[in-house]
Design a protein around this ligand. Sequence first.
Ligand code: COA
Ligand code: MG
Length: 308
Amino acid sequence: MQTNESAGHDVQLKSMLFVPGDSEKKLAKGQSTAASALILDLEDSVAADRIEVARAMVREYLSARPDRTDQQLWVRINCLDGPLALPDLVGVVAGGPDGIVLPKIESAQQIVLLDHYLTALEAREGARAGSIRIIAVATETPHAMFAAHTYRGASSRLTGLTWGAEDLSAAIGASTNRTENGEYEFTYQLARSICLLAAHSAGVQAIDTLTTDFRDQSRLEREVRASRRAGFSGKIAIHPDQVAVINVGYSPDAEELRHAHAVVDAFAQAGHAGAVQIDGKMLDKPHLVQAQRIIALGRSTPAKRDSF
Ligand code: COA
Ligand code: MG
């Protein structure tokens, strides 16, 4: 089995491209994209009678791509409540996935349970304990919305939280999750904010949900801008055409980086001062934290990905 030393909290997962696990063509295409990570799907995009084929294809694909320097390989398994999740894990862990995306969670207990399963499977494969990471889809069930505070400290494997509107609306019997203007209904805006706050509370990456209309690039650009302003550091993609916009959108531009360095320099020059000024504007601790975060974002992904 391959090890996945590239995985970890410090790799910013800007774009995570879903690839149906049983599509040879899309698996091949995924590799040619600049996505920070592929999510090889065993859940909703795979028909029930294709699951065994998909597990075998995903396992083979993982084994054929041991070098994850430019692109991590994650696997979305089926939910832990059902009969498919354990065979999914047993089927793919030998390929050395960088991480597991866990859908439809109810609470942090399931993150802990997955952590235990992974520990056992890593031991079976001779892999480093704790090397396989976890991203949870944190708002797909009504109960999960009330459990978001429990994700903090659930597992050292937890790398990110993301959210989804489709399964939540199905779970509550809603006929749509959109208003007449095409925006998310309040319940799903709430889900998005809960995911954002829960991720930051847990100290993990906040990864925004997908934009389904993959032909509408200007909508995607708008959504990515708003998402980054709100505090998300990455986004799910479902089509290769979405990757470049997402990578650029979650990277600080030259002006932001220049300003961030100016803020850090101003604090450094002021010694132990709690507040400084640049061009007549007061800056204190939160501004310094924000500037340090932007500089870290600028460092975290090779430039070639952003210009793909
Ligand atoms: N990953 C990798 N390659 C993909 C892709 C994806 N998610 N989506 C499309 N492609 C490939 C297509 O195979 C096609 O390849 P080609 O140029 O070699 O023919 C190319 O990109 C252009 O695709 P296009 O014709 O525009 O779309 P499509 O009709 O083939 O596929 C979807 C449309 C929505 C079915 C497809 O984008 C998809 O499967 N998305 C992911 C679905 C998923 O995983 N859902 C679960 C999470 S919500
Ligand atoms: Mg789903």
